[in-house]
Design a protein around this ligand. Structure first.
Ligand code: NAP
Ligand code: ZN
Length: 349
């Protein structure tokens, strides 16, 4: 076993602190990766604070991992030492169910093996994420980071990038569509960039009026500050598509009113349960949907799409020693627009 420095939450809501995990020596189909950068997703915070229920502690969060391959198993042909690779939200799945066969491993019917706060295929061994110096992953669940893109800005593509790309492509967003992104955070700012690259006319809806300039700089065509309740009346029926990335409870009904006839609102944000009025959907044949990250093939497609369009995340790079402060700032919607941990800071400590 490979003793590996990490940062963990010992119990729900405990501040993250130095910890050590054991990584397995690479088996025939495994790749050992030295981690360079790991993004800080709001899902890390929800789970480290026990907000979803059933969490496994101690927890080493982190599922936006970029690093270098340092060793490969005897059967691995796809990767070699020195390759720049990524690992996203899951590290294995059953590979046999309909979802896995369709390339939708994130919806594995037997349960995908999440990168942390999960278990390996043996159903016992806990998984530990990217707030650590290295990780051993089966070759099939490793992504290629395209040449020439900044690695700190690439890390958030592994979750924020794919979580916004997947529903936009799945629900067929196309050039000229009127699209709203709700919440300009880690997911939201990638949603703006990707939707623009797909040709949509993008409006940001934000509860932070101070983000207007950033939204326009990131490529949005318009910005609506949602603190003024009158904007919901004024913009009723305006959008074909709404991508809701908000991490805290808010009234879905108010946003659904902004959809045109046959419009679709997709939830990717995961706040506490929120009531829904049937009338809001029925009047206008509106659709409310959800979407979870994306499959391996689609994640590679997203990475190549982002590289081709020059898209990476706007990041604030931090040493791991600042992780608890970064959590506080993220919860206050005060991040521009993704914290990324420079894992060199963990090697030095
Ligand atoms: P984030 O960076 O914290 O962004 C969330 C944004 O939501 C904030 O920047 C803020 O935008 C808005 N917001 C926060 N509190 C609000 C409030 N009280 N009222 C209205 N708006 C508020 O988080 P993230 O990493 O993008 O993640 C967003 C959500 O997606 C989280 O719940 C996360 O767990 C979930 N997630 C889901 C998936 C999936 O596969 N479905 C994948 C990753 C993450 P403004 O300041 O612009 O209002
Ligand atoms: Zn995430």
């Amino acid at each position: 076993m490979l003793k590996t420095p990490a940062y963990a939450a010992a119990i729900a809501k405990a501040p993250l602190a130095p910890f050590s995990v054991e990584r397995r020596e690479p088996g025939p189909h495994d790749v050992l990766i030295d981690i360079l950068y790991c993004g800080v997703c709001h899902s890390d915070i929800h789970q480290a604070r026990g907000e979803w229920g059933g969490e496994i502690f101690p927890m080493v969060p982190g599922h936006e991992i970029v690093g270098k391959v340092v060793k490969v198993g005897s059967e691995v042909r796809k990767w070699k030492a020195g390759d720049t690779v990524g690992v996203g939200c899951f590290v294995d799945s059953c590979r046999a169910c309909e979802a896995c066969k369709a390339g939708d491993e994130q919806y594995c019917e037997r349960g995908a093996n999440f990168t942390y706060n999960g278990r390996e295929r043996d159903g016992k061994t806990p998984t530990y994420g990217g707030y650590s110096t290295r990780i051993t992953v089966d070759e099939t669940y490793v992504l290629r980071i395209p040449d020439g893109i900044p690695l700190d800005g690439a890390a958030p593509l592994l979750c924020a990038g794919i979580t916004t790309y997947s529903p936009l492509v799945h629900f067929g967003v196309k050039a000229g569509d009127r699209l709203a992104v709700v919440g300009l955070g880690g997911l939201g700012h990638m949603g703006v960039k990707i939707a623009k690259a797909l040709g949509a006319k993008v409006t940001v809806l934000s509860h932070s009026p101070g983000k207007r300039e950033d939204a326009l700089r990131l490529g949005a065509d318009d910005f609506i500050a949602t603190r003024d309740a009158a904007v919901f009346q004024k913009n009723a029926g305006r959008f074909d598509f709404i991508l809701d990335t908000v991490s805290a409870q808010h009234d879905y009904n108010a946003y659904l009113q902004l959809l045109r006839r046959n419009g679709t609102m997709v939830l990717v944000g995961l706040p506490d349960p929120t009531p829904l009025a049937a009338f809001t959907l029925i009047l206008g044949r509106r659709r409310l949907a959800g979407s979870l990250i994306g499959g391996i093939r689609e994640t590679q497609e997203m990475l190549d799409f982002c590289a081709a369009h020059g898209l990476t995340s706007d990041v604030e790079v931090i040493p791991i020693q600042q992780i608890n402060e970064a959590y506080e700032r993220t919860v206050k919607s005060d991040v521009r627009y993704r914290f990324v941990i420079d894992i060199a800071s963990l090697r030095r400590s």
